[in-house]
Design a binder for this molecule. Structure first.
Ligand code: FAD
Length: 351
C-alpha cells in the first residue's frame, strides 16, 4: 500500500503535541495529523499538574481543568522553611487539560488518530499502528512530541535521556491550603519531595534520580509518615497514585534534523531542577507549530530553523543553568548539600 502524503504528522498528543498542532493549523498549515497512543486524552495521568497561571495565555482550557488555585511556593530544607514567595499557579487535571486542548485542535481542523501508535520513522515515512491495522504516512514535516522516551528523538540519533522517577499519592489533608511545598533533604539527592494542596486532599510525592540509592516508594512513605507526625496529613492510604519518568538531562543537542522537529519532554525542555515541563511544552509547542506552518506553506524546510533559534533564545540558557545546579546538588557532600540547595534555589539569608 502506498504511503499517504500529509503536510504534518505530530507524534504524541500531550501538551507539546496538541499545542504544536493547533498553532500549525491556525497559522495556515494544510493536513495536520496528531498520533496518540492513549485511548483517552491524558490518561493514565502521569503528572502532579502544578503549572504557573500564565499557562492560560498559551493553552486552550477552561476552569474545569483546574483542580485548585495556588498563591505561593514554600521551600523546606530538612523540615525547616527556608524560602517563601508569591507564585500564582494552579493544580491542573491533566486529562481535562489534554481533552480540551485536543477539542480546540480538532475544531481548528487537526485530525487526531487515537489510539494510534507511531512505530517507525524511516526514509521519510512514518509507520503507524491504528485500531484498524497499519498505516504508512509520508509527512512533509514530523513533529516529535512523544514524551520522555521518544521514538522521534531516536530517529535523530540522540541518546536516551537520564531520568528521575516521580511518584505521587493523593492523601487527605489535615487543613486545606494554597501554598505548594517543595522539601529538600540529602536522601532525595538532587530531587525533592512535594506537597501540593488541592482542597481536602493533596498530591504528595517524590522525584529522585533513577540511579540514586533511594527508591521512590520508601522515600515517599517516610516523608508521608513525617507529615502525619507533624499533623499535616490525616492518613497514608493513597486515594489515587501517579507515577512516571521525568527527563532531567537538559536540552537536547539539537531539536531539528531534516524534516523532524522535537518538542516538549522529547526535546529535553523540562526544567532539570524542578521537573516542571507543562508550560515549556506548551510554549515550545506553539513555536514549533508556527515554524512548521511557515515551512509547509513555503515548501521550504530551512524555515524550520526559526523554531530551534526561537526556543533556544527563550529557554536554553535557563535550562542549562538549572542542569548545572542539579549536577552540583547531586555531587555535593553531606556537609555541602545545604549550601548547594540554597544556591540552586536562590535562597538568601533574608528569605
Ligand atoms: C510524576 C510526575 C509529576 C510531574 N509533575 C509535574 C508538575 O507538577 N508540573 C509540571 O510542569 N510538570 C510535571 N511533570 C512533567 C510533565 O508531565 C511533562 O514535562 C509534560 O507532560 C511534557 O509534555 P509533553 O507533551 O512533552 O510529553 P507528554 O505529556 O509525555 O506527552 C507525550 C504523549 O506522546 C504519546 N506517545 C509517546 N510515544 C508515542 C508513540 N510512539 N505513538 C503515539 N503516541 C505516543 C504519549 O502517550 C503522551 O500522550 C511531571 C512528570 C511526572 C512523571
Amino acid at each position: 500500500m502506498s504511503a499517504k502524503e500529509i503536510q504534518m504528522a505530530v507524534i504524541g498528543g500531550g501538551p507539546a503535541g496538541l499545542s504544536a498542532a493547533l498553532a500549525a493549523k491556525l497559522d495556515g498549515a494544510g493536513s495536520v495529523v496528531v498520533i496518540e497512543r492513549k485511548r483517552q486524552w491524558g490518561q493514565p495521568i502521569q503528572c502532579a499538574g502544578y503549572a504557573p497561571r500564565m499557562l492560560g495565555r498559551f493553552a486552550e482550557f477552561d476552569a474545569t481543568a483546574i483542580k485548585h488555585y495556588l498563591k505561593s511556593l514554600e521551600l523546606y530544607l530538612d523540615g525547616q522553611r527556608i524560602r517563601s514567595f508569591a507564585a500564582p499557579g494552579y493544580i491542573l487535571r491533566r486529562d481535562v487539560l489534554e481533552t480540551q486542548m485536543a477539542q480546540a485542535a480538532e475544531a481548528a481542523g487537526v485530525v487526531c488518530l487515537q489510539p494510534a501508535r507511531a512505530l517507525e520513522i524511516s526514509a521519510g515515512e512514518l509507520r503507524v499502528q491504528t485500531a484498524d491495522g497499519e498505516e504508512t504516512y509520508r509527512p512533509f514535516i514530523i513533529i516529535g512530541a512523544d514524551g520522555p522516551k521518544s521514538l522521534a528523538r531516536r530517529a535523530l540519533g540522540l541518546p536516551d535521556q537520564p531520568m528521575a522517577a516521580g511518584l505521587e499519592w493523593e492523601l487527605p489533608l489535615a487543613k486545606p491550603g494554597d501554598a505548594a511545598e517543595i522539601h529538600f533533604a540529602a536522601e532525595f539527592g538532587a530531587g525533592y519531595a512535594w506537597l501540593f494542596p488541592y482542597g481536602e486532599t493533596a498530591g504528595v510525592g517524590v522525584a529522585v534520580d533513577l540511579d540514586s540509592p533511594g527508591e521512590p516508594k520508601p522515600l515517599l512513605q517516610d516523608f508521608v509518615d513525617r507529615m502525619i507526625a507533624e499533623g499535616r496529613l490525616k492518613d497514608s492510604t493513597p486515594l489515587s497514585i501517579v507515577s512516571g519518568p521525568i527527563p532531567i538531562g537538559g536540552p537536547a543537542a539539537t531539536t531539528l534534523s531534516g524534516n523532524i522537529m522535537l518538542v516538549g519532554d522529547a526535546a529535553g525542555q523540562v526544567n532539570p531542577l524542578t521537573g516542571a515541563g507543562i508550560y515549556n511544552a506548551v510554549a515550545c509547542g506553539q513555536m514549533a507549530g508556527r515554524a512548521a506552518a511557515q515551512a509547509a506553506i513555503a515548501s521550504d524546510l530551512s524555515l524550520l530553523q526559526e523554531y530551534e533559534t526561537e526556543w533556544r533564545e527563550l529557554l536554553d540558557g535557563f535550562l542549562n543553568r538549572a542542569l548545572a545546579s542539579r549536577t552540583e546538588m547531586a555531587k555535593a557532600s553531606i556537609e555541602d548539600f545545604p549550601n548547594t540547595v540554597r544556591k540552586a534555589w536562590r535562597v538568601k539569608d533574608k528569605d
